[in-house]
Design a protein around this ligand. Structure first.
Ligand code: HEM
Length: 397
């Protein structure tokens, strides 16, 4: 059985962004392991084994014989993903070498200490949203800026540089842009980050980059530091922004669930896990079999690329046995792979959780009459971007 799965789309129905489309659901029930033609900005067009069942996705992610789907290509053109220092491009000892340098910056304790800064950013952006008045675009005024400003604080990016950083990050993750646009944009991103790193080397700040420079500045080249800085910037901004926008939309469509998140202070953490599962904003994860393997008793050949659809997996009964398609913010326990699993599991997950746990209830409490200002059917989605999301979300209150 074959079907076309354009990777960035992750295949959702045109007017319902909260579930996989019927074709993807059917593939999950297929007893075979389907091979599907797909495409990716880094890898071009290729055929991949599509894995859609929860247990099998987790099995691949926890088996080191499935290697990183991408690799740093020294001779290829530099792009957002093709730089040294990007963790997803490495395996084994090389991956551990880079990852251990970054993980110190994302400990639970360190992330918790960021709560006051996140609260301040959220409050300021809610002021800006209110000032813009009813009809304002929630993505432009709130969902986009909040994670960007948090990441800028984390990386020590000065306030006056933030608009430029946001613009370049948006271009870098829009797969619809031509290679030429991507290359030009990446050159600007690298130049900016290079400058920041030179300033940090001269006078390391009290932020992640400052920390990296202080502790590992002798081991890391400027090129590697640029890659690490850019990867945190891109990975930590678009994903959280998309989760804030899409979560708000999902809650506005379900007033009962919205009321729980708004009125019950203890509900935020469970609600965020449920939204991460249901919305599954990350693109399908990519791995490559390093040797002949078996998955659920079916063969995967050495060299085959494997595409892991967390969206499909999260909407099957393997993730949650009871009505996986329904938003239930009180659901316990919520099993999900929204941050991946195993060696490459998201390094920023505690930060992402904290941002969402603060931003969503704060928005709903500040604007208790919040509602969408256009018809639900007219909402447009970023299905041409690596991370799925809402393009514009006009709201009123
Ligand atoms: C809701 C928000 C987020 C989601 C859904 C998300 C999702 C993911 C997923 C699925 C992976 C694993 C990819 C794979 O195995 O192929 C990953 C890895 C990663 N994420 Fe996140 N992420 C989020 C937020 C963040 C934040 C806030 C940061 C940093 C500030 C971050 C930095 C990274 C990095 C550096 C990796 C690579 C880790 C490695 O390869 O060892 N992410 N993320």
């Amino acid at each position: 059985m074959t079907a076309s799965v354009p990777m960035p789309h992750n295949r959702r129905p045109a007017r319902c962004p909260f579930r996989p489309d019927a074709g993807l659901e059917r593939l999950r029930e297929d007893p075979e392991l389907p091979r599907v033609p797909t495409s990716n900005p880094q890898l071009g067009e290729f055929e991949a084994v599509l894995v859609t069942r929860f247990e099998e996705v987790r099995q691949v992610l926890s088996d080191a014989r499935y290697e990183a789907g991408f690799a740093f290509d020294r001779t290829g053109p530099r792009t957002v993903m093709n730089q040294p220092g990007i963790l997803l491009n490495y395996d084994g000892a090389e991956h551990t070498h880079y990852r251990r340098m970054l993980s110190g910056a994302f400990t639970v304790k360190r992330v918790r200490s960021l709560a006051p800064a996140i609260l301040r950013v959220v409050d300021e952006r809610l002021d800006a949203l209110e000032q813009a008045g009813p009809g304002a675009d929630l993505i432009e005024r709130f969902a986009g800026p909040v994670p960007l400003l948090v990441i800028c604080e984390l990386l020590g990016i000065p306030a006056e540089d933030r608009d430029g950083v946001q613009r370049r990050s948006a271009v870098g993750t829009d797969v619809a842009n031509s290679l030429q646009t991507q290359l030009k944009n990446f050159a600007a991103m690298a130049a900016y980050m290079g400058d920041l790193i030179r300033r940090q080397r001269a006078d390391p700040g009290d932020d992640i980059l400052g920390d990296l420079v202080r502790r590992h500045g002798d081991e890391l080249s400027d090129d590697e530091l640029i890659g690490m800085g850019n990867s945190i910037l891109v990975a930590g901004h678009e994903t959280v922004s998309s989760m804030i926008g899409l979560s708000t939309l999902a809650l506005l469509r379900d007033p009962e669930q919205l009321a729980i998140v708004r009125d019950d202070e203890d509900a935020a953490s469970g609600a965020v896990e449920e939204l991460l599962r249901l919305l599954s904003v990350a693109p399908p994860l990519v791995r490559q079999a390093s040797t002949d393997l078996q998955l659920g008793g079916r063969p995967v050949k050495a060299g085959e690329r494997v595409l892991l659809s967390t969206l499909a997996a999260h909407h099957g009964t393997g993730a949650v046995p009871d009505e996986p398609g329904r938003l239930d913010v009180r659901r316990r326990p919520v099993a999900h792979l929204a941050f991946g699993y195993g060696a490459h599991q998201c390094i920023g997950q505690q930060l992402a959780r904290l941002e969402l746990q603060i931003a969503l209830p704060a928005l709903l409490r500040r604007l208790p009459g919040l509602r969408i200002a256009v018809d639900f059917d007219d909402v447009e989605y970023r299905d041409d971007a690596l991370v799925f999301g809402v393009t514009r979300l006009p709201v009123t209150w």
